[in-house]
Design a binder for this molecule. Structure first.
Ligand code: GTQ
Length: 345
């Protein structure tokens, strides 16, 4: 195939005439926007150590009162996108949020979808549309697009959680905005237990208005038990993984990003195929080695890393005697909806 013409090959007056009319020749940029065979992601494999960031997050607690921050968050930014873009990868934002005892992060709603994976501390809660969700380590709390949410803390130690949002995508779509609201009054009965038995869901005789997001809190104790049961039941199963689902529709818990919990048996090496979506890995329990491209990260508990799409990822449980548990977020629901999803074996 012959080389395509370059911008420098064109007369300067011609390029200037085009620019004056807001016109651009395609051919000098065609290969950049559609590279041969495989995308060239900006996302570079990056890891964030919790032990390294925690003192800086606690210092933010001293430097900036919650009233001056609204959300006291250090963003886990991918240098490949430039730090200012606040992106872990093209569609995923990651942040570590600190709430100190007695603090309150006021009620708001916004167009981006968010989830919280609780990293450390007891006694905090997120109220979502009046549903008060207690936060314990490993719990996943959804705050889907448009739903009111606020965070509070009745405990006596700092609480930290990992925020995962589709903010980069929603911002790119010029659809990102928020609305500030009043303190919520928690509802007495919020039906939290209604979906925690596998295979059955509430079925009222009289049709009720179905909630788009019937389950907002996925307790770690339940998810871990599901993984352990799966591993014990299928001893040959290589990938012991569960997806966080909407229990009424059976579909992904949220529309844009996918969320999963993975168990690695003692010493297990798990080779994940190259797939089109980018992924994030966060160690909930145990120590896990993550190999992607030329990088090999060792994730201790509460550490996080990201991997670009179209790259194979190999995970290894570093313990010969204990299982390891990993929280995974990816862009798969988005890729599937757009018809872009690929597995490259
Ligand atoms: O807790 O509502 O990390 O609105 C970024 C934006 C957390 C939140 C973030 C947010 C929140």
């Amino acid at each position: 195939m012959s080389e395509l013409g370059r911008l420098e090959d064109l007369p300067a007056d011609y390029v200037a005439a085009l620019r004056a009319l807001n016109l651009v020749p395609l051919w000098p940029s065609l290969r950049a926007v559609m590279p041969a065979g495989k995308p060239q992601p900006r996302t570079v494999p990056t890891a964030w150590s919790y032990a390294a960031l925690k003192p800086l997050l606690l210092r933010a607690g001293e430097l900036t009162p919650i009233e001056k921050a609204e959300r006291r968050v250090l963003v886990l930014a991918n240098p490949g996108h430039t730090l200012e873009k606040m992106q872990a990868c093209s569609a995923i934002y990651l942040g570590m949020q600190l709430l100190l005892p007695g603090e309150w992060a006021p009620s708001h709603r916004h167009t981006p979808n968010a989830v919280r994976m609780v990293v450390e501390g007891e006694g905090a809660w997120t109220t979502v549309e009046g549903e008060k969700c207690p936060m314990s380590r490993g719990d996943l709390i959804l705050t889907p697009t448009g739903l009111w949410h606020e965070h509070g803390h009745d405990g006596d130690q700092p609480v930290v959680w990992l925020d995962v949002l589709d903010l980069p995508l929603v911002h790119y779509l010029e659809a990102s905005y928020h609305v500030t609201g009043q303190r919520q009054v928690p509802r007495a009965s919020h039906g939290e237990r209604a979906f925690t038995r596998a295979g059955v869901a509430p079925t009222p005789v009289f049709e009720r208005a179905r909630r788009a997001y019937p389950l907002l809190r996925y307790p770690w104790a339940e998810v871990k038990a599901a993984l352990q049961a799966l591993a014990a039941d299928q001893r040959d199963l290589e990938c012991v993984m569960v997806a966080y689902l909407n229990p009424e529709s059976g579909g992904d818990a949220l529309n844009i990003l996918g969320f999963y919990a993975l168990m690695l048996r003692p010493g297990q090496v798990l080779a994940l195929p190259a797939r089109s979506p980018a992924s994030v890995f966060h160690a909930i329990e145990g120590s896990v080695e993550v190999q992607v491209m030329a990088e090999r990260f060792t994730l201790a508990e509460a550490d996080t890393c990201c991997a670009p799409g179209y790259e194979a990822v190999t995970l290894r449980n570093r313990s010969p005697s204990a299982a390891a548990f990993v929280f995974v977020a990816d862009e798969a629901p988005l890729h599937r909806k757009l018809g872009l999803y690929e597995v490259r074996g």
